[in-house]
Ligand binder design. Structure first.
Ligand SMILES: *[C@@H]1O[C@H](CO)[C@@H](O)[C@H](O)[C@H]1NC(C)=O
Ligand SMILES: [Ca+2]
Ligand SMILES: [Ca+2]
Length: 219
């Protein structure tokens, strides 16, 4: 396939930047729609992703106009798939929309108008007003963590603050419930990602406020 021929080594972006690209479209710039093409869907397609789910995904980003690649998670962070919470602005709006209802193993090509991607200004090396195309492959979809119900479940000592131990314990339970227990290194990786994205004041705890920062997004 054409897209695949573009080498991953051309990637210029790091994931820390990607997760901070929370481009929110104003109502008056919703002129384009996200186009979704399913490239592969497993026969047994569940669970299906919804807002608030923790996703583990590989994604490559290309400019629609010439197919050049500007992001590739496979060459970033030693090629580990990326973790993010769906639907809360941790990725561009177009991916939050385009990755709903996906199951592990599913692959999609998602075409995103600039208004739901990097906007009129662009974000180097993405030029202004650029339509972008993402190829995504989902590795896992797990419930939460971002709901008040989940928060209370994770917060075992009920002090309205989540420690790393509490979050890890919760993740382990979730993965064991799903019949897929993982090794310590796996959990450490997720934890690092979760705390980097959510522990805004870097005090080693996720407060209810930090956790619930996207409450207005109707999760
Ligand atoms: C981007 O699009 C806006 C709205 O159509 C337009 O005003 C602006 O000039 C464009 N910018 C560039 C660099 O093409
Ligand atoms: Ca606690
Ligand atoms: Ca904190």
């Amino acid at each position: 396939m054409m897209w695949r021929l573009v080498s991953c080594t051309l990637c210029l972006f790091v994931s820390a930047q990607l997760s901070s690209w929370s481009v929110r479209a104003a109502a008056d710039e919703l002129d384009g729609e996200v186009k979704i093409e399913v490239l592969f869907r497993p026969e047994e397609c569940s669970p299906k992703s919804k807002r608030g789910d923790l996703m583990n995904v590989h994604y490559d980003g290309f400019l629609a106009k010439d197919g050049s690649q500007f992001y590739c998670s496979r060459s970033d962070k030693a090629g580990h798939p990326q973790w993010f919470v769906l639907g809360v602005g941790q990725v561009i709006k177009g991916l939050d929309i385009g990755m709903e209802d996906m199951c592990p193993g599913e692959k999609r090509k998602i075409t995103v108008p600039s208004s739901l991607a990097f906007g009129e200004k662009g974000k180097d090396p993405v030029p202004p007003n650029a339509t972008v195309v993402f190829e995504v492959e989902v590795y896992s979809v797990s419930r939460g963590p971002r709901s008040m119900e989940a928060f209370r479940k994770i917060d075992q000592n009920e002090d309205k603050s989540l420690t790393k131990d509490e979050v890890k314990e919760y993740l382990k339970l979730e993965y064991e419930k799903g019949g897929k227990p993982r090794d310590e290194a796996f959990y450490e990786k997720i934890m690092a990602d979760i705390f980097r994205k959510n522990d805004q004041d870097k005090d080693g705890h996720i407060s209810a406020k930090e956790y619930n920062i996207y409450e207005h997004d109707e999760l």
